[in-house]
Ligand binder design. Structure first.
Ligand SMILES: NC(=O)c1ccc[n+]([C@@H]2O[C@H](COP(=O)([O-])OP(=O)(O)OC[C@H]3O[C@@H](n4cnc5c(N)ncnc54)[C@H](OP(=O)(O)O)[C@@H]3O)[C@@H](O)[C@H]2O)c1
Length: 323
């Protein structure tokens, strides 16, 4: 297949590309930083901003499938930017798919769209969107999902991978490690919360499956490693392996949320990004597990790389980053 991967210059997009090249597909990687130098066979680059509607529509010409992983993915930012990139960018992709007869769209979304800020246990895909979204990012991803679901002329599958980690990640573990190195990482809450994480290669496998399974069309799937991991013991282990101090001071969750709320207020007044947001605090302090039985049933998805192996692969990368 000829496949356009938006976000092909990013962490997940890179791993999806690696996986789909193995299947012999011809890929075009779209991003603002796409390089013109892609010497590998079957690989093309397209420098394009998702805010440029006409260019995004044109990028869909001649493609059999589009994997839409490009997004502004951040805990903080201006709503106008989230809307322009994540919502209007998705609208342009849908328009391109419809105009040029693209036979399948895989929309990369996130379980953040149903995150209420409280604990989640084995949340299924039919959980409603919350009355108040936990972040502008979550709200924009939910609006994008709704656009995809409502566009019945484009055959689509929505995947919601939870907390992706692996080599090349710049967000999840690297940010925690950087905070710990600076002596600014407290344990949020009791340290007993369980989370679902997803090794990046498993997400790429889910994408490869979603390209071909007709039972998945028009549906939404949670994707995780299906291992409910105690988050703080894992973070401590990673810090120890990197030779960093793993003795973290525990701060009660309500106190951390109050501190984050005041930081957000100050950030709104000053325009500077806050160190903490209530969203990022809740993500670190709450239990969040998601049911993946629908993906197992319809996609035949099974996480092939375990958390233990995924962490081992990631540690090599993190060691280089720390150096
Ligand atoms: N990481 C996670 O834990 C996680 C969890 C759930 C869902 N997701 C979703 O997975 C997808 C990939 O995220 P990631 O973790 O790989 O993040 P990332 O490394 O930050 O990648 C984001 C990608 O989006 C592209 N992008 C951002 N703004 C753009 C714009 N204006 N125009 C064109 N391209 C733009 C970036 O390319 P350029 O910078 O080259 O423009 C980059 O390729 C996103 O849809 C995210 O919402 C991630």
């Amino acid at each position: 297949m000829r496949i356009l991967i938006t976000g092909g210059t990013g962490f997940l997009g890179h791993h999806i590309a690696e996986r789909l090249l193995e299947d012999g597909h011809t890929l075009t990687l779209l991003g603002r930083t796409a390089s013109s130098n892609t010497p590998q066979r079957g690989l093309f680059s397209l420098r394009c901003d998702l805010r440029h509607r006409a260019a995004v529509i044109a990028a869909c010409r001649g493609q059999d499938a589009v994997i839409h992983a490009g997004a502004l993915s951040a805990p903080w930012g201006r709503w106008e930017d989230f809307y322009a990139i994540n919502v209007r960018g998705t609208a342009a992709i849908l328009e391109g798919c419809e105009r040029f007869g693209v036979t399948r769209l895989i929309q990369i979304s996130s379980p953040a769209v149903v995150f209420t800020g409280g604990d989640h246990q084995q949340t299924t895909e039919d959980a409603p969107y919350p009355r108040r979204f936990s972040s502008a990012y979550a709200q924009s991803k939910a609006l994008a999902e709704q656009l995809v679901r409502n566009e019945t002329r484009v055959a689509s599958v929505i995947l919601r991978p939870k907390a992706i980690f692996g080599p090349g990640d710049r967000a999840l573990l690297p940010r925690l490690v950087a905070a710990a190195r600076a002596g600014r990482l407290p344990q949020v809450g009791t340290g007993q919360n369980l989370v679902d994480l997803t090794y990046v290669r498993n997400v790429a496998d889910a994408v490869a499956l979603a390209l071909h399974r007709s039972a998945a069309l028009g549906r939404t799937y949670h994707i995780t490693n299906n291992e409910h991991v105690p988050l703080w013991p894992l973070i401590r282990r990673v810090l120890r392996e990197l030779g960093l101090n793993d003795r973290l001071r525990a701060v009660p969750l309500p106190l951390m949320l109050a501190v984050a709320a005041s930081m957000e207020l100050r950030a709104k007044l000053t325009g500077c990004e806050p160190l903490l947001t209530r969203y990022s605090v809740a993500i670190l302090g709450r239990t969040q597990t998601y049911d993946i039985s629908a993906a197992q049933r319809d996609l035949g998805y099974q996480p092939r790389v375990t958390i233990a192996d995924g962490v081992a692969h990631t540690l090599g990368y993190l060691r280089q980053e720390v150096r």
